[in-house]
Write a protein that binds this ligand. Structure first.
Ligand SMILES: *Cc1c(COP(=O)(O)O)cnc(C)c1O
Length: 392
């Protein structure tokens, strides 16, 4: 990393980037090639085959590595994957049959499905806990090999104490992976808090335009990097080159997007709290959030993800979502456009109803990814939808 002391706002644009050497092109070319000519057998310029190395993908990896490593003072490394799920799977592949993973209990539904229906088949053992409720010692028993956490979580936006969990994990010889998709490196840098690996679905805020599916694993540990890089090539779940280029382009505006997402989310939260139809609002930077103090200590901001529970049943919540016009009813999050969804019926439908109830994903729970439109239009849209959902 050339400028390890620069701010994330600057690194989002310049981190790991330099003009292309032959033409001076400011943006890296799209090296749309599967293979590279060799001058003689085994004599090449460091590129043999694009599953293994591609210059455009490397630029994306360097950009995200520099963002997650901002202020860390040591080199960071990143491997890009074809989706956040592929990045999640690469981390599980570090383990072997019999190994114990301690995971947060309201993680992304697709991660839960992958753990319980793919990797348990291969002999990994998962223990799901609410890190916000029990101590690190209780949560992470001796013999744990991997601690997997999201903070803030999806969709209840619970915050976990990354530094405390990392200290306990390291004391029992486990590594810690943090899914940092919601916070982004603009607002939270888990490696600096002691995490060993950071995972992103770049599909969300990092790309930011809802037009690419991708993922990454980032680390400051050279030995872990070598193992992840081996898996990236050996399993081969690599992203396409255009997707790398688009994501790199999206990252240029990450800092300004996050600031606007947050400004809008704060205004929407304040408005929702004034509404009688709304039972409860979750947003870590709101003083009523149960881990507000921890969130303030651990994060420098939050961004645009909010959840709120409507009074009334699933049908009312469905009417509400269907009546939104500026907020598009869709899964996913983190794009410039506002999205809204019902976790119980959509993103978290793969979690059994009883487990959903236990972890607090009520039928009336609505998750919103607040976009960067004009906030007055967003609030007007929600107001109209509330009237449609609760006539009289
Ligand atoms: C979307 C998401 C994933 C999965 O990423 P894909 O790119 O959809 O495979 C993992 N974690 C979180 C928090 C997500 O929001």
């Amino acid at each position: 990393m050339k400028h390890p002391t620069q701010h994330p706002e600057t690194l989002a644009i310049h981190g790991g980037q330099s003009p292309e050497p032959t033409t001076g092109a400011v943006m890296p070319p799209v090296f749309q090639t599967s293979t590279y000519a060799q001058e003689a057998v085994g004599q090449h310029k460091g590129y043999e085959y694009s599953r293994t190395q591609n210059p455009t993908r490397e630029k994306l990896e360097a950009a995200i590595a520099s963002l997650e490593g901002a202020g860390l003072g040591v080199p960071t490394f990143c491997c890009a994957f074809g989706s956040g799920s592929a990045a999640t799977a690469a981390v599980q592949h570090l383990l072997k049959a019999g190994d114990l993973v301690v995971s947060g209990d309201d993680i992304y539904g697709g991660s839960y499905r992958q753990f319980t229906r793919v990797f348990t088949q291969l002999g990994l053992r998962y223990r799901f806990v609410d890190f916000s409720r029990i101590s690190a010692e209780e949560a992470i028993p001796e013999g744990t090999k991997l601690v997997w956490l999201e903070s803030p979580t999806n969709p209840l936006l619970k915050v976990s104490d990354i530094a405390a969990l990392a200290a306990r994990a390291h004391a029992v010889g486990a590594i810690v992976a943090v899914d940092n998709t919601f916070a982004t490196p603009i607002y939270q840098r888990p490696l600096a808090l002691g995490a060993d690996l950071v995972v992103h679905s770049t599909t969300k805020y990092l790309n930011g335009h809802s037009d690419v599916v991708g993922g990454v694993v980032v680390t400051a540990n050279p030995a872990l990097y070598e193992r992840i890089k081996f898996l990236q090539n050996a399993i081969g779940a690599v992203p396409g080159i255009w997707d790398c280029w688009l994501t790199l382009r999206g990252i240029k505006t990450l800092a300004v997007r996050m600031a606007r997402h947050q400004e809008n989310a704060r205004a929407v939260v304040a408005w929702l709290k004034s509404r009688p139809e709304v039972a409860r609002v979750w947003y870590p930077l709101d003083e009523t959030h149960p881990q507000h103090a921890l969130a303030q200590r651990q994060m420098s901001g939050f961004g645009g993800m909010i959840s709120f529970e409507l009074k009334g049943d699933l049908a009312a919540a469905e009417r509400f979502c269907a009546a939104c016009e500026v907020f598009t009813l869709a899964e996913s999050l983190g794009g410039v456009e506002s999205l809204i969804e019902l976790p119980a019926a959509m993103t978290h439908a793969s979690i059994p109803p009883q487990v959903r109830q236990e972890i607090g994903i009520a039928d009336g729970l609505v998750r919103a990814s607040v976009g960067i439109e004009h906030v007055d239009d967003l609030i007007a849209d929600l107001e109209r939808a509330l009237r449609a959902a609760f006539p009289g």
